[in-house]
Design a protein around this ligand. Structure first.
Ligand code: NAD
Ligand code: DAU
Length: 354
């Protein structure tokens, strides 16, 4: 079996669902169930013996060691993290604890397990660390996209904590020989995306008749990848990636935020027109910018294509249409995640503008 951490979050739950749709290899899913973790994302696996869910912290060394000894996974895939940049600006403690200390403790527990394995199993074992393009910092408008050689220049507390975790993973390979793989991916979107992030926030606010808060001038650029494509990249890296290497994963799909928001509005105008006949675009509001806001990210994904033959299957047009439709079809999921804690976050972040 494989051990997935953070498998109740956005990307982790998509990964677990995709994995079990394509393979019978069981998944042990360790997730702390923070505000971002949701068992409901995994409802389709209810009663499926191939999925074992454990609520717990990657920083709980005793628990992780026990799980590793009991289940003897052939690989550990680390998705668990605090993932929202704006939250890291309001308070970075949880980011340091989970992304840095948690990754350190997980690496140590995994190293202990790996050292005890018989030689053939030790050689086949992998630790795959799921990371982000944000560790590379911000690109000038005409600068080439991030390659794996780009210097680390993290700018937010979130990206600094992810950069630290990447360095720990690298060191555990170079110093201790742990067979690691790291992926640095661009912005994902798709089903089960928590509505604190740009795309799902715009969809749910539009449908609720609320303002669509665009930070600053809205000309910041991100490179969007459909979550299913990120999952297929991770599966491919786990299968055939070279130990100790990092692989950049991206959608070849750079777009300014304001264009993303207009695309969402146009899709909603078509699929769920407003009763008054006006476009959802009339709800767009420019609000104060994010402190330290990175202007542009773009991924050069040629290495993973050249070495492993991976390319995204979705275009942005197909992926965003599916995503908007998913949110229209899952109003119950949206209602459930918009708990009191979610509303408190929106009040803190947007201070009455939304
Ligand atoms: P998410 O916030 O939706 O989910 C994170 C999950 O981790 C949640 O289920 C949460 O309960 C769990 N978790 C948090 N702290 C934990 C801990 N201490 N122990 C165990 N579980 C814990 O995040 P996501 O968007 O799914 O991102 C998953 C990973 O992918 C993260 O490492 C993130 O840095 C990385 N990443 C995300 C994106 C993106 O666009 N969302 C892009 C590139 C990389
Ligand atoms: O690049 C990969 C990263 O993408 C991941 O590592 C992070 O976990 C993930 O959250 C994401 O980070 P971003 O900060 O790019 O994503 P977010 O959805 O928060 O914001 C996308 C862009 O939209 C960014 O330029 C900020 C802007 N934005 C965001 C929100 C929430 C707005 O203009 N208004 C908003 O209300």
């Amino acid at each position: 079996m494989i051990l997935v951490t953070g498998g109740a979050g956005f990307i982790g739950s998509n990964f677990v669902l995709d994995w079990l749709a394509q393979s019978d290899e069981p998944v042990l899913n360790l997730d702390k169930l923070t505000y971002a973790g949701n068992r409901r994302n995994l409802a389709a696996l209810e009663g499926d013996a191939r999925h074992v869910f454990v609520q717990g912290d990657i920083g709980d060394s005793g628990l992780v060691a026990r799980l590793l000894a009991e289940h003897r996974p052939r690989a550990v895939l680390n998705f668990a993290a605090e993932s929202h940049v704006d939250r890291s600006i309001h308070g970075a403690e949880d980011f340091v604890q989970t992304n840095i200390v948690g990754t350190f403790r997980l690496l140590e527990a995994v190293r202990g397990h790996w050292l005890d394995l018989p030689e053939a199993e030790r050689a086949a074992f992998r630790f795959l660390h799921v990371s982000t393009d944000e560790v590379y910092g911000s690109l000038a408008p005409d600068a080439p996209a991030f390659t794996e050689q780009h210097a680390y220049e993290p700018n937010s507390p979130y990206s600094a904590s992810k950069a630290a975790s990447d360095h720990l993973v690298r060191a555990w390979h170079h110093t201790h020989g742990l067979p690691v793989l790291t992926t640095n991916c661009s912005n994902n979107y798709g089903p089960f995306h928590f509505p604190e992030k740009l795309i799902p926030l715009m969809i749910v606010n539009a449908l609720a008749g609320k303002p669509l808060p665009v930070y600053g001038d809205g000309l910041q650029v991100r490179d969007w990848l459909y979550v299913g494509d990120h999952c297929s990249a991770i599966r491919r890296v786990l299968e055939a990636g070279r130990v100790g290497e990092t692989y950049n994963v991206g959608g070849w799909n750079e777009k300014p935020n304001i264009e993303i928001v207009h695309t969402i509005c146009a899709l909603l105008d078509e699929l769920r027109p407003r009763a008054d006949g006006l476009s959802y675009a009339t709800q767009i509001t420019h609000v104060k910018d994010r402190p330290g806001h990175d202007r542009r990210y773009a991924i050069d994904a040629r290495k993973i294509e050249r070495e492993l033959g991976w390319r995204p299957a979705e275009t942005f047009e197909t992926g965003i249409r599916k995503t908007v439709q998913w949110y229209l079809d899952h109003a119950d999921w949206v209602a459930e995640v918009q708990s009191g804690a979610y509303r408190a976050w929106v009040d803190t972040q947007y201070q009455g503008a939304v």
